[in-house]
Design a protein around this ligand. Structure first.
Ligand code: ADP
Ligand code: SF4
Length: 687
């Protein structure tokens, strides 16, 4: 298919200092959770993005001295670290893209856990909460040493094959940003006080990098032009702008954003596509150097608008490149319908924050590129004569049908409801979650193009329906239902009063069941559901109390970078928050609670109680089918398998992954005991 000429501008080459990017798609630095532990996994993952058309592929933060050791990220301390990076740059170059490295010293944000060096900072300050210990203030010799380390890292990066070297002052996690900050920099020498003084080290590092590698490598800066802290921080209207004006022509590229990370990587629940424009739109007016910015861009029209209106020269992306490593190619080749749009859920960030390889709700191959050999676009053609009945068109069933269809299998997808989508349809109607419907949109569009996949909405499948379909394989993807008895992470038996008629579950809320306030929500799920229900009920004008055994609302949202936004929103809406309480009993007039630490009793009055605790697999059909193996065999069914929430309820990303895995595993050799390749540690001979 030919590309729409309107998008031609996105495919113009752009010069960055001594190097040239082949188009305007720029994968900005992003964590991978792979770090120094899994260099091959990381290199292959980045190489696939180059194959998918991104002109620049950046690493995550790369620390360059033991005083700034971040154990879970990559490092470039000396020559011994070069080979791990050379693998990534080689794979990126193979597809004609440029490789960028984000050199980073985290200052007091690192507690130097592994290296056990004393952390350094512009001024004496405690290390990142909640860890004990403080960083020491750098003296002049330390500053000279820091410049030496930074310069040496740029040279090592050049030797590893990088084309772009970053000088990084973003996200409130880098020493250079702490020097820039009035809050953290209390120095009285030439590196403190005025903005010019606070910017001195930043300027020196840019000049050093130019001097050391500038002939062949571009020197990029990454700067948070607004910290969203008002007068207490950098703002686009004041020092952010002054700084860009001051250094305007010094770097070869400006990569600008807002900080901290939770603001830069805001979820779709809290920020729309292009949300950073208001902060960074001045940058191009004060520099002639190319500018890259982010904003969860997935629409080619918004991208073109950014370029045509002179906001950006490069479309920066982290999450959209994770959800669809082939996004540029799809635009280039006119396959817009095939774009797998990021839903802005931050599951990718969450698992990086849990120190494991990142995963993605939309892209089940993310993190599996090398270890399982899963390519985001290619999949083996079918190698058996099976035909597959999938019961349930939620995320698991949809992805299984899509991937099996892509392989060429005959597939029947039966859904009880008149609409396909399962939980995604219901949940995307909750406040702030509308972008989650993209999980369905992408798959529905793909399935419509597959003649070998037949979809039957409005088809509740009974045992006899299943037996009559003539398929050799059956996948049961019938989802899960919210528990009504309070059993969850803290309560392991039904709560006294569980039969009370004033108890509701998220399923009731999503089915628009009417009920009276005041409402008490007991959240023992700890992710988004409790808080979005609280929000929704407040919007309906009900009095809402959210009770949780945790110390904070939606505790898992700390991992998705949303927790503070969630709690602030609920407080602003007037939701009463009652933390650190276990559920003891439910009655007609409310809930009895006990302090999680002391057991001290407490009562919260409520006419209606919403229990957000755990989910129960809808596996009756599966068990009923298995009950009579002989009948199944007689009807020609070789195997019945449960997938997704019907097997084990979890997040949407896990259901999509389960559906994808089912499709990949069909006809594949049974895995060895460890079902993927591992990056093993090479034992040192001296011990
Ligand atoms: P998952 O996250 O595992 O994909 P969902 O709960 O989102 O699970 O989706 C399960 C889907 O299965 C729902 O749309 C539900 O209506 C459908 N379903 C449940 N039981 C049957 C059945 N017996 N026949 C057809 N569809 C069913
Ligand atoms: Fe986007 Fe969610 Fe995938 Fe992250 S996990 S890339 S936010 S869809």
């Amino acid at each position: 298919m030919a590309r729409d000429r309107r998008y031609d501008v996105l495919f113009e080459p752009v010069k960055i200092g001594p190097v040239t990017a082949r188009n305007r798609f720029y994968q900005v630095p992003h964590c991978s959770g792979m770090g120094r532990q899994f260099p091959t996994s990381s290199a292959v993952m980045r190489g696939i993005k180059a194959e998918g058309g991104w002109a620049v592929i950046s690493t995550e933060q790369c620390d360059f001295h033991p005083t700034g050791d971040v154990r879970t990220q990559i490092r470039l301390w000396d020559e011994k670290d070069i080979p791990t990076h050379a693998r990534m740059t080689e794979l990126v170059h193979r597809h004609g893209s440029l490789a960028a490295v984000e050199l980073c010293h985290p200052g007091h944000h690192s507690a130097s856990f592994y290296a056990r060096e004393t952390p350094i900072a512009p001024s004496p300050i405690p290390v990142r909460a909640p860890f004990p210990g403080q960083a020491r203030a750098m003296d002049r010799q330390d500053i000279a040493d820091f410049r030496k380390w930074h310069r040496r890292a740029a040279v090592l990066a050049q030797q590893a094959g990088f084309d772009i070297v970053y000088v990084y002052a973003g996200h409130a996690i880098t020493l250079l940003m702490f020097f820039l900050s009035r809050q953290y920099n209390q120095r009285s020498d030439e590196y403190g006080g005025s903005l010019e003084n606070r910017a001195r080290l930043f300027r020196e590092c840019i000049e050093d990098a130019h001097d050391a590698v500038g002939e062949s490598c571009a020197v990029a800066v990454r700067l948070a032009v607004d910290e969203l802290l008002g007068e207490n921080g950098m703002t686009a209207g004041a020092e952010g702008r002054e700084l860009v004006e001051m250094l305007a022509e010094l770097p070869d590229l400006w990569d600008v954003n807002i900080s901290a990370w939770e603001n830069d990587s805001a979820t779709s629940r809290f920020a729309p596509e292009g949300f950073q424009e208001q902060y960074i739109d001045f940058v191009k007016s004060v520099t002639t150097k190319p500018v890259v910015g982010v904003g969860r861009f997935t629409s080619p029209d918004s991208m073109v608008s950014q370029i045509k209106r002179g906001v950006l020269d490069f479309i920066g992306a982290a999450r959209p490149s994770i959800a669809d490593p082939f996004l540029p190619k799809k635009i280039e080749e006119g396959h817009l319908d095939d774009i797998r749009e990021c839903i802005g859920c931050n599951i990718c960030a969450a698992y990086n924050n849990a120190s494991v390889p990142l995963r993605c709700t939309q892209n089940p191959t993310q993190g599996e590129e090398w270890r399982k050999g899963w390519h985001p676009e290619r999949i083996a053609a079918k190698n058996t004569d099976d035909s597959v009945l999938i019961v349930g068109a939620g995320p698991a069933g949809l992805e299984a049908a899509r991937a099996l269809g892509q392989r060429g299998y005959q597939v029947l997808l039966a859904e009880a409801k008149t609409e396909i989508g399962g939980r995604v349809i219901r949940e995307s109607r909750l406040p702030g979650l509308s972008a989650w419907s993209r999980v369905l949109d992408y798959r529905a569009t793909q399935l419509r193009q597959m003649a070998n996949v037949k979809i039957y909405p409005g088809s509740p499948m009974s045992i006899s329906d299943v037996l009559e379909t003539d398929c050799s394989l059956v996948a049961i993807a019938t989802g899960a239902s919210w528990a009504r008895d309070g059993v969850g992470r803290t309560l392991h038996q039904a709560v006294p009063g569980a039969g009370s008629s004033n108890i509701y579950t998220p399923d009731d809320i999503m089915a628009d069941v009417e009920f009276e306030g005041p409402v008490a929500i007991y959240d023992d799920d700890h992710y988004y559901m409790g808080s979005v229900i609280a929000e929704m009920l407040r919007h309906k004008g009900l009095d809402v109390t959210l009770i949780t055994p945790s110390s904070v609302v939606s505790e898992f949202s700390t991992y998705t970078l949303e927790q503070e936004h969630v709690q602030a929103k609920l407080l602003t809406l007037g939701v009463r928050i009652v933390p650190q309480q276990n559920l003891v009993a439910v009655s007609a007039d409310g809930v009895d609670l006990a302090c999680v630490y002391t057991g001290k009793p407490r009562h919260v009055e409520a006419a209606s109680i919403v229990l957000v605790t755990s989910r129960i697999p809808n596996d009756e059909l599966y068990h009923a089918l298995l009950r009579d193996e002989a009948v199944i065999k007689q009807s020609g069914i070789d195997k019945v398998t449960r997938i997704g929430d019907c097997y084990a309820p979890s997040i949407i990303a896990d259901a999509v992954y389960a559906g994808h895995k089912y499709a990949r595993d069909l006809g594949a050799e049974a895995p060895e005991e460890v079902p993927f390749k591992r990056e093993l540690i090479e034992l040192t001979p001296d011990y």
